[in-house]
Design a protein around this ligand. Structure first.
Ligand code: 3HC
Length: 655
C-alpha cells in the first residue's frame, strides 16, 4: 500500500486496486472545506489513475463523518460545496463504497447515501439529525433516503432526527451489509466484484411503491410531534417531493429550503444550544483532574425522587443500595423502583433481560451500615436542614473515608450540610429534577469546600447517567430556581400592574413555553411556595414590593389543579378563567391604588425575559454560573424555556 495525501485531512492508500480514502478531521471528521477539497482531489486522482478500479471512503477514529462542519454555518461558503462533492460521488464512473466505521450523521450519511455501496460496523449509528439544529438535510438526504427506504420511513427518520442502529439501518435498507469484521476490508473485497457499467445510483431510483394512507399517517405523526417547529414540516414536504419530482428538481428545492432555514433565528438558537451542551460540565482548570472510581451508589430515601435517582443509576450500569427507615418502607421503596422499571418495559424503553439485570444490581434495606460498601451516597430525604445535617453526620461515620457524600437539596445551603461532617471536601450537591429517571438536567453544586476530584467525579457520574450536568455555585435555589423565582416575581408584578393570568400564560405559550407560569403553578401546587413565603415573612424587607394575590388564593383553599381550583378553575379538568380570581386580583390592585394598564404579548415576554436575564447577569457576576449558556441550558431543560429561542440569555442578546 502506498500512502497518498490530498489535503490536510484526506489521505489515501491503494489496496488491491481500490483507493481507500480516509477522512481524518478530529474530533468527528466533520465535512470542513479542507475535507471537501481533499475528497474532490482524491476522486480526481481515482478517475485518472488506470490502476484504481474503485474507491472506498472511510473515517479515521471512531466516527465515519459527524456531518457538515457546523462551525462554518454563517460564514461565506467555500467551494467545493458539499452537494457538488456528493453528486460527483454518485455519478462517478468507477464504483464508490462507504465503509461506515462509526457515526454517519447529517452530511456524513448524505455522503454514504450517494455511494454505490454501504457497509457498516455493527456499532455504527446513522441518522439525519438536522431538524435538531432547526434545518433540513441540505445535501440530498431528503431526496436520496426516500428512494432507498420509502417515503414513510424517511419521514420518520428525518423528522425525528434520531440515531438509527446499524442493525435497523440494514433492515430499513439504508445500508447493504453489516460487517462482521473491519468494514473497510469488506468494502474493498465487495467493490472489486461490482461491474462499473451497472452501478446502482441512489438518486436515479424511483421511490418504492407505498400505500398513500401509510405516508399520510407518517406525515401527520411527524407534524404533531413537531409542535409548530418549521424544520420538520419542511422536511415532510421535501421528502414527499422525492416521489414526484426528478432528482435535480428535488435537490434544488431542498438546497433552497436548507439555506433559508440555516439563516433563520430558530437555527441560530438551536446551534447555540448544540455548542452550549458541549461546553456544559467542563470546568476550567480541572481538565487534568482524574475522577474517583464509582461502582456502587447508595441512595438514602426511596420516595418519588430517590426511586427516580435509583432507576437512573441502574440504567447507568451501577450497583444501587437504597436505604429506608424501616423494613416496611424499604419494601415499598423497592416496589416503587421496580414499578418504574416495569413502566419502562411497557413503553418499550426496556426489555425483560434489561429489567432482570437491573433488579440484580439493586438492594433496598433498612440497614444503613450497608452504605459502607458505597462509593458515593446521594441523600434524597425530606428537604429540612436538621434532618439533612443529622443524616450527614451519621453517614460520615458509616461510609469509607474516600466515599463521596451528595445532597439532593433544592433550597437548603449545602455548605451548612457539609460543615456538619468531618470531611466537608467530600460533599457535593446533586440537584436532580423530577422525575429523576427522565429529566436530563442535573445541577452539580460546587460547594465552598468541595474537592476538585469530587466535583470531577460528580460530573463524570452525571454523564454516565445520561444527564446534562450544569455546575452551580451555592446560592438559594442554585441557578434554576434563582432564575425561576425572578420570573415568578415579575409575573406577579405584572398581574398587579394589569395583566391577567390568562394573558400572561397565553403570551408565554405563544412564545414557545409548553405552559405559562400560572398554569405551571397550578400544576405543581401552590402550597409549598405559600409555606416558604410564610417562613420568610419575618425577615422580609418591608420596603420590597410584595404581591399578596397568591396568598389570597391559598387562604381561599385554592391550591391548584389537585384541589380543582388555583389561578384557574378546572371543570372537567379543563383550564378555565375563574371570575373569582379576577375579582381577587382587582381587589388587590384597588387596595394598592394601582390603575391597571394593558399589556401586549410582546411586552409581557420582554418584561419576563428582562427579569430572567437580570438575575442571570447577577449569577454570572457572583460566579454562581460559569457561562451564560449554562443558564440557557438550565432554563430549557428544567423549566420549559423553548429551545428554539436558545434560552433567556441568548434570546435577550438577539432582541
Ligand atoms: N461540526 C462541527 N463540530 C462538531 C460537529 C459538527 N458537525 N459535531 C461535533 N462537533 C464538535 C463538538 O462541538 C465538540 O467540540 P469540543 O470538543 O470543542 O466541545 C466535539 O466535536 C465532540 O463532540 P461531542 O462532545 O458531541 O462528541 P461525542 O463523541 O459525544 O458525539 C457525535 C459525537 C455523535 C458526532 C456528536 O458530536 C453529534 O451528534 N454531532 C452533531 C451531528 C450533527 O448534527 N450533524 C449534522 C450537521 S448539519 C449537516 O450535516 C447539514 C447537511 O445536511 C448539509
Amino acid at each position: 500500500m502506498s500512502a497518498l495525501r490530498f489535503s490536510d485531512t484526506i489521505s489515501a492508500a491503494l489496496a488491491d486496486g481500490i483507493l481507500v480514502v480516509t477522512i481524518d478531521n478530529a474530533p468527528v471528521n466533520a465535512l470542513s472545506a479542507d475535507v471537501r477539497a481533499g475528497l474532490m482531489a482524491a476522486l480526481d486522482h481515482a478517475e485518472k489513475d488506470g490502476a484504481v478500479a474503485g474507491v472506498v471512503i472511510t473515517g479515521a477514529g471512531s466516527t465515519f463523518i459527524g456531518g457538515a462542519d457546523i462551525k462554518e454555518f454563517g460564514k461565506p461558503p467555500v467551494e467545493p460545496l458539499l452537494p457538488d462533492v456528493i453528486s460527483r460521488i454518485e455519478t462517478f464512473a468507477k464504483p464508490v463504497a462507504a465503509a461506515i466505521n462509526g457515526a454517519a450523521l447529517g452530511g456524513g450519511l448524505e455522503v454514504a447515501l450517494a455511494c454505490h455501496r454501504r457497509h457498516a460496523a455493527p456499532s455504527a449509528k446513522l441518522g439525519l439529525p438536522e431538524v435538531k439544529l432547526g434545518i433540513v438535510p441540505g445535501a440530498g438526504g431528503t431526496q436520496r433516503l426516500p428512494r432507498l427506504i420509502g417515503i414513510a420511513a424517511a419521514i420518520d427518520v428525518i423528522t425525528s432526527g434520531r440515531m438509527v442502529s446499524a442493525a435497523e439501518a440494514l433492515k430499513l435498507g439504508i445500508i447493504d451489509s453489516l460487517s462482521s469484521g473491519v468494514p473497510v476490508t469488506e468494502a474493498v473485497a465487495d467493490i472489486k466484484t461490482i461491474d462499473s457499467s451497472t452501478l446502482r445510483r441512489t438518486g436515479l431510483l424511483p421511490t418504492p411503491a407505498e400505500a398513500a394512507d401509510i405516508i399520510d399517517k407518517a406525515a401527520t405523526d411527524a407534524l404533531r410531534k413537531a409542535r409548530g417547529q418549521r424544520a420538520p414540516s419542511e422536511a415532510v414536504r421535501l421528502v414527499r417531493l422525492a416521489a414526484t419530482a426528478p432528482l435535480a428538481e428535488g435537490l434544488a428545492e431542498e438546497r433552497r429550503t436548507f439555506i433559508e432555514l440555516r439563516d433563520s433565528e430558530e437555527a441560530a438558537a438551536l446551534r447555540h444550544v448544540f455548542f452550549a451542551e458541549r461546553a456544559a460540565g467542563k470546568v476550567e482548570g480541572l481538565e487534568a483532574v482524574a475522577p474517583r472510581k464509582i461502582e456502587t451508589i447508595g441512595i438514602v430515601g426511596t420516595g418519588l425522587m430517590g426511586s427516580g435517582i435509583a432507576v437512573s443509576a441502574l440504567n447507568g450500569g451501577y450497583r444501587v443500595i437504597g436505604v429506608e427507615q424501616n423494613p416496611e418502607v424499604a419494601e415499598k421503596g423497592r416496589e416503587r423502583i421496580i414499578g418504574l422499571l416495569d413502566k419502562a418495559i411497557q413503553s418499550g424503553r426496556l426489555d425483560a433481560a434489561g429489567r432482570e439485570d437491573r433488579v440484580g444490581r439493586l438492594t433496598v434495606t433498612a440497614d444503613m451500615q450497608q452504605l459502607s460498601r458505597a462509593d458515593i451516597v446521594i441523600e434524597a430525604v425530606f428537604d429540612d436542614l436538621t434532618v439533612k445535617t443529622e443524616l450527614f453526620q451519621r453517614l460520615d461515620t458509616i461510609v469509607r473515608c474516600d466515599a463521596i457524600l451528595a445532597t439532593n437539596t433544592s433550597y437548603l445551603d449545602p455548605d451548612v450540610i457539609a460543615a456538619a461532617t468531618a470531611q466537608p471536601e467530600r460533599v457535593v450537591g446533586l440537584h436532580f429534577f423530577s422525575p429523576a429517571h427522565i429529566m436530563r438536567l442535573l445541577e452539580v453544586v460546587n460547594c465552598k469546600r468541595t474537592a476538585p476530584d469530587v466535583l470531577v467525579t460528580a460530573l463524570a457520574l452525571a454523564k454516565r447517567l445520561g444527564k446534562l450536568p450544569i455546575v452551580s455555585g451555592v446560592t438559594e435555589g442554585f441557578i434554576g430556581n434563582s432564575i425561576f423565582s425572578a420570573y415568578r416575581r415579575e409575573a406577579e408584578y405584572m398581574l398587579e400592574d394589569g395583566a391577567s393570568p390568562q394573558e400572561i400564560d397565553a403570551a408565554l405559550e405563544a412564545y414557545g413555553f409548553p405552559m405559562g407560569p400560572f398554569a405551571v403553578f397550578d400544576m405543581a401546587g401552590l402550597e409549598i411556595a405559600w409555606a416558604r413565603r410564610k417562613r420568610q415573612a419575618a425577615t422580609r424587607d418591608p420596603a420590597e414590593r410584595y404581591v399578596v394575590i397568591p396568598d389570597r388564593l391559598c387562604e381561599a383553599g385554592r391550591f391548584g389543579q389537585k384541589t380543582g381550583r388555583g389561578w384557574y378553575a378546572y371543570p372537567d379538568g379543563r383550564r378555565t378563567v375563574d371570575p373569582d380570581v379576577t375579582a381577587m386580583i382587582e381587589a388587590a390592585r384597588a387596595e394598592k391604588g394601582i390603575a391597571p394598564k394593558q399589556f401586549t404579548a410582546e411586552e409581557i415576554v420582554a418584561r419576563l425575559l428582562k427579569a430572567m436575564t437580570n438575575e442571570g447577569d447577577a449569577l454570572l457576576s457572583r460566579g454562581i454560573a460559569a457561562r451564560a449558556s449554562d443558564i440557557d441550558l438550565v432554563m430549557i431543560n428544567g423549566y420549559g424555556f423553548p429551545s428554539s429561542k436558545g434560552g433567556p440569555m441568548f434570546a435577550a442578546g438577539r432582541r
